[in-house]
Design a protein. Structure first.
Length: 102
């Protein structure tokens, strides 16, 4: 089965899913994993002991595999980019607000 522009997300097409699907899938998996870790760290992570953090990140890395499969046809990576940008803006504004109040 060959991926085309009709059934692929823009990120998958940008990575060249129609020309080299294996390389593009691995890059898509890497991008989704990195963005998921960023979103988790900015939005949900709490201070945990190193072993518990390692287990959480291991499951996060494993859980990104189905997201990468969905990311071929759905805008998963694009949604994670938007979520990361929103959380970055929130953290910057929170930092500025705390700095002004103290």
């Amino acid at each position: 089965m060959k991926a085309t522009g009709e059934d692929s997300s823009s990120m998958a097409l940008l990575l060249g899913i129609e020309h080299d699907p294996v390389r593009a899938f691995l890059l898509l998996y890497l991008i989704i994993t990195v963005l998921s870790i960023i979103v988790f760290k900015l939005g949900f992570a709490k201070k945990l002991p190193p072993l518990k953090s390692a287990v959480i990140y291991l499951f996060l890395i494993i859980g990104c595999m189905p997201l990468a499969f969905f990311g071929i046809g759905l805008p998963v990576a694009e949604g994670l980019i938007v979520a990361a940008l929103i959380l970055i803006i929130y953290k910057v504004r929170l930092y500025r607000s705390k700095r002004e109040n103290s």
